[in-house]
Design a protein around this ligand. Structure first.
Ligand SMILES: Cc1cc2nc3c(=O)[nH]c(=O)nc-3n(C[C@H](O)[C@H](O)[C@H](O)COP(=O)(O)OP(=O)(O)OC[C@H]3O[C@@H](n4cnc5c(N)ncnc54)[C@H](O)[C@@H]3O)c2cc1C
Ligand code: SF4
Ligand code: SF4
Length: 362
């Protein structure tokens, strides 16, 4: 019988709607019994006559757990792909249920000793807000107090922000500029339907507001030698850290061979083209490809210097292998795009040391 203790909804999703449980590959099973005795949720029983385990209560299995498969000496236990769980984690309801649970059980779950970490929390003030493309805000922040700034971050890094008066956990945003010495930070914030932070940013944030910010964080920074050619692949606001890296390169290695492929859903969604053109003026070898998944029908060219591609950024890469060439790859944006790019690069046998990824979520 499914045990109510083990079959509670998983982060708000009814357990019987989640297909996650082990199956035994009978031919491979040697009947050692490790899975049966090792699972505390009574998913298995043992058929002593046949000397084989049986999955009797699949719903008791903890979503995402694969302990029995990991400890099976005969590799005789199979699970659905972990993508099953990742897809659930991508749902707003799950994300919010986890967040609410963390906050509700704050006292129990709080780590009492935190490891020393170099990042700091400071207050930033909103200095400028612009609506760009179809659904992006470009927000400039300045230090709220003189001398308290993220002045020495490395291009490609991100910060975490808390909306004012909020007990919610923070959200991460990539810094879209290289350091300018005055601590100014530009972010690109894309509207997310039902999103807690972005709803506030689009509907309530105004110039003069202050937010708590932690950082600088992340290792999506330039790792390649100064003469190595580079391919940047950005999806949506994945442009932000790429712009910071391009700004850095346009200052220090302006003659470097660099290609940017930037994917958006539709032609109207592209934004900050002025920034790209300014970078191209400073780094003449930089080539930019705008990939519109919905194609370009009826659209006027943004500028003769910007190449237009019909299809996604991944399509552009697959259709034109010369974009990759011997370039090191820096790619940022939604995880689904990054996973596809990783597959393409794996097929092309690109050494993983040449690939740098900045994922914007699960
Ligand atoms: C390292 C890092 C850097 C990031 N940099 C940026 C950036 O520069 N610009 C930017 O706009 N975002 C960036 N993000 C994403 C950002 O942190 C938030 O996740 C996003 O703004 C949504 O927050 P929210 O509170 O509005 O949505 P939530 O309330 O957290 O989520 C609501 C729903 O939206 C979905 N969702 C959350 N994030 C996304 C997303 N990015 N795309 C599609 N659906 C999503 C969730 O799965 C959920 O279904 C970055 C994330 C990481 C981890
Ligand atoms: S642990 Fe593996 S080999 Fe051992 S009984 Fe379970 S399925 Fe069979
Ligand atoms: S995955 Fe974990 S919970 Fe599920 S059957 Fe195996 S040991 Fe039990």
């Amino acid at each position: 019988m499914p045990n109510p203790q083990f079959t509670k909804p998983w982060h708000g999703v009814p357990r019987d709607q989640i297909h996650w449980n082990p199956s035994i590959i009978e031919d491979a099973c040697i009947g050692c019994g490790t899975c049966v005795t090792g699972c505390s949720r009574l998913v298995y029983r043992f058929e002593f006559d046949r000397k084989k385990p049986v999955v009797v209560d699949p719903m008791n299995c903890m979503v995402g757990c694969t302990t029995c498969a990991n400890t099976c000496p005969a590799h005789a236990i199979a699970f659905p792909s972990i993508d099953t769980v990742l897809a659930l984690e991508g749902l707003g309801q799950v994300r919010h249920a986890v967040e609410d649970d963390l906050l509700a059980r704050h006292d129990i779950l709080m780590a009492t000793e935190s490891l020393p970490h170099p990042d700091r929390i400071i207050t930033l003030a909103v200095a400028q807000i612009e609506h760009l493309g179809t659904d992006v805000l470009r927000v400039q922040f300045k230090p709220a107090q003189a001398g308290e700034c993220f002045c020495e971050f490395t291009p490609g890094q991100y910060i975490e922000l808390w909306q004012p008066e909020s007990s919610h956990l923070s959200r991460s945003y990539s810094i879209a500029n290289a350091p300018h010495g005055d601590g100014s930070i530009t972010l690109h914030i894309r509207r997310v339907e039902g999103g807690r932070f972005t709803q506030w940013a689009f509907e309530a944030m105004k110039v003069g507001d202050t937010v708590q910010a932690r950082g600088p964080l992340g290792g999506f920074t330039m790792r390649s030698k100064s003469d190595t050619p580079l391919l940047f692949m950005a999806g949506g606001t994945g442009l932000a850290p790429v712009l910071a890296l391009l700004e850095q390169q346009s200052r220090f290695t302006p003659q470097r061979d660099m290609v940017l492929v930037w994917g958006m859903r539709s032609p109207e969604a592209f934004y900050a083209l002025d920034d790209l053109l300014a970078l191209m003026a400073r780094a003449p070898a930089l080539k930019v490809y705008l990939a519109s998944a919905e194609g370009w029908a009826g659209q006027v060219a943004a500028d003769g210097l910007l190449h237009r591609v019909a299809g996604t950024a991944v399509d552009a890469l697959m259709q034109n292998p010369d974009l990759l060439g011997e370039r090191d790859v820096y790619t940022a944006g939604p995880p689904v795009m990054l996973r596809e790019i990783a597959r393409v690069l794996e097929t092309a046998r690109v050494d993983s040391a040449r690939i740098h990824m900045d994922s914007f979520g699960v």
